[in-house]
Ligand binder design. Structure first.
Ligand SMILES: *Cc1c(COP(=O)(O)O)cnc(C)c1O
Ligand SMILES: [Zn+2]
Length: 463
């Protein structure tokens, strides 16, 4: 059974197991547990997901400092193992905003965290908890970014890290990070979901401390994405965004954002009407959450075969679905699947505004464009798209999506000859022109001609 809003409701009763006003609660059966006495990731009784609860929830005026630990009044500790993380930019996207056709568009670029993804926000809290419970081996299954973040924060905390990756399905930048930060990397002949099955087994046998997003403390750190968006968007616009669009893999962020908003409402910091609509985007080849939303399922069905170039969200069994599905439904949001072509196109569009993101991140913008086109999103909405990881995480995907380098002889004359010819630059101009015009050929030829003439004159005038 997927919990309803009522099951996820934050209560005023502080159970006797609470430690300094913090405890764990099962979202299925309501059982409560002491937070740090024993290691557990799910409910002892029903195996349901656990959530961190607090006796005292802060409003915005209780936050000070910057980054994740600015929000320590909403976290289980005052400080953690920090590199430091959070405080990421909320970019304006003026051309993309007009092109997609919404009232306001911002991109919250989580690729600007220390290891290049939002996973750092979860790890700064999660590794602090690992210290508290006294473990020395940390482990995760990962599509890449979790392993990079865990390796870095584990190294910082002086702990051993073990990461299980699906062989051949992790982007180069991410493996490089895990490797240099001294993680032990095991490449499993299987997909992410199968890696997670194994790591959960290891954790259950006490062999390692699990730092996948099943660990409820990680989501506490990731909750600060929502707090930053709300504070910054309000400071700039005098209101909160109508909608937040984000890529969905294990649905940890979707769950974390929903928890952020429930806590803000409970604290009286915002009203229920001010909660942004949570809108999840998946790749067509890995879309169990979209399937569940579209069909009104209580829980997701596990997809055994998943495929997408957005490897960070190549996940068929989103473990946080029981927390995230109510988040999408209760906030009035939705979920949508996009093709790999739409993802690549969005990656180019975002890059065209100077912001570099990895493919999974671009899914948010691709999803917004699709929902806007279908009329699911109104033109008068203000929207924040979450971009979860940095462009350099997946250099191969970036090179494939971008312009082709052109070989040229080692002389100015050769360069001039080449740039007079129709080239990949001309190709790009032609592509853009044909996108703008319905009758592509003639305007495209004119545009490309003009483009090349312009470039040529510009270069000549520099000579
Ligand atoms: C982990 C990750 C995701 C998926 O996030 P969930 O919280 O698991 O839904 C999306 N994009 C990138 C780049 C990631 O690293
Ligand atoms: Zn339970």
């Amino acid at each position: 059974m997927v919990p309803t809003m009522a099951d996820l409701q934050l209560t005023d009763d502080v159970p006797p197991v609470a430690d300094d006003g913090v405890w764990l609660a099962c979202i299925e059966c309501g059982e409560t547990f002491a937070p740090f006495d024993e290691i557990r990731y799910t409910c002892d009784h029903c195996d349901g997901l656990l959530e961190v609860r607090y006796d005292d929830l802060p409003t915005f005026d209780e936050f000070e400092g910057s980054g994740v630990w600015r929000y320590n009044a909403a976290l289980p500790f005052e400080e953690g193992i920090t590199l430091p993380e959070g405080d990421t930019p909320l970019h304006e996207m003026p051309r993309l905003k007009d092109d997609i056709g919404v009232d306001a568009l911002r991109v919250k670029h989580e690729g600007m965290n220390p290891t290049g993804s939002f996973k750092d926000r979860g790890m700064t809290v999660g590794v602090r908890v690992a210290q508290e419970v006294g473990v020395d081996r940390l482990a995760c299954a990962s599509t890449g970014n979790t392993s990079a973040a865990l390796a870095a924060y584990g190294a910082r905390g002086g702990m051993e890290t073990l990461v299980l990756l699906p062989a051949g399905k992790v982007a180069a930048g991410k493996i490089a990070q895990a490797s240099l930060h001294r993680a032990r990397i095991l490449e499993v002949d299987g997909n992410f979901d199968q890696c997670l099955d194994i790591v959960q087994d290891l954790a259950a046998r006490g062999e390692a401390y699990l730092l996948n997003s099943l660990n409820p403390f990680r989501l506490e750190g990731q909750k600060t994405i929502g707090l930053e968006i709300m504070e910054e968007f309000y400071a700039d616009n005098g209101e909160y965004p109508d909608r937040i669009v984000l890529p969905v893999g294990n649905a940890g962020n979707t769950a974390a954002l929903y928890k952020c908003f429930r806590e803000l409402v409970k604290a009286g910091a915002i009203t229920e009407e001010q909660v942004p609509k949570l809108t999840g985007v998946q790749a067509e080849g890995a879309a169990p959450m979209v399937e569940a939303i579209e069909n009104g399922y209580e829980d997701t069905r596990r997809w055994d075969d998943v495929e997408t170039r957005a490897t960070a969200i190549r996940i068929g069994n989103p473990v946080n679905a029981p927390k995230a599905l109510p988040g999408i439904r209760e906030t009035g949001g939705t979920a949508v699947a996009v093709s790999d072509e739409e993802i690549t196109e969005a990656q180019r569009d975002i890059a065209g505004e100077g912001v570099g993101v990895e493919p999974a991140s671009a899914a948010s913008v691709a999803g917004l464009r699709k929902l806007r086109r279908e009329g699911e999103v109104d033109s008068d909405e203000s929207v924040v798209c979450l971009t979860t990881g940095h462009l350099l995480k997946d250099p191969e995907a970036a090179a494939e999506a971008g312009n082709e380098p052109e070989p040229v002889a080692n002389s100015t004359e050769a360069v001039l000859d080449l740039i007079e010819e129709p080239s990949s630059v001309t190709e790009t101009i032609r592509r853009q022109a044909s996108k703008a015009a319905d009758a592509p050929l003639v305007p495209a030829l004119v545009a490309s001609g003009l483009g090349v003439a312009y470039l040529y004159r510009k270069l000549r005038s520099k000579k």
